[in-house]
Design a protein around this ligand. Sequence first.
Ligand code: FES
Length: 134
Amino acid sequence: MQPLDWMHLSEIVPGRMNVKVLSDGRKAVVVRRGDALSVYSEICPHLGADLTEGQVCEREGTLRCRWHGYLFSLADGTLQDNPNERIMSELRTPSEHYRPDRAPAYRLSTLPHEVRGDRLYFLPGRAVRRGGDE
Ligand code: FES
């Protein structure tokens, strides 16, 4: 498969957000922590904010979206904290109209990629949430 783009692994600053604008116009959020490499779509699964404007916490291994503060795990893209739901749970009592147990399971989407030698290759194809398509 012909890659869209690539970057040298040495270009990736550990523990920081690295952004690669791909030839198809998408942006990749690339974070390296130790040997682990995360490559996510820039589109926040909540309401579509640009996650390249978010904030990475190396110590906690998280990425926070700047629009509404949703916090995602860099390891697997799962939602770690939804400030809106946390606040709502303090203000409202669960009812048939407010079901906190049915809050959407937002998750970051991984861009197709592979590491070969000293390069990270970005492959064509849709971003995928582990467990389903975007
Ligand atoms: S758009 Fe990212 S948290 Fe709302």
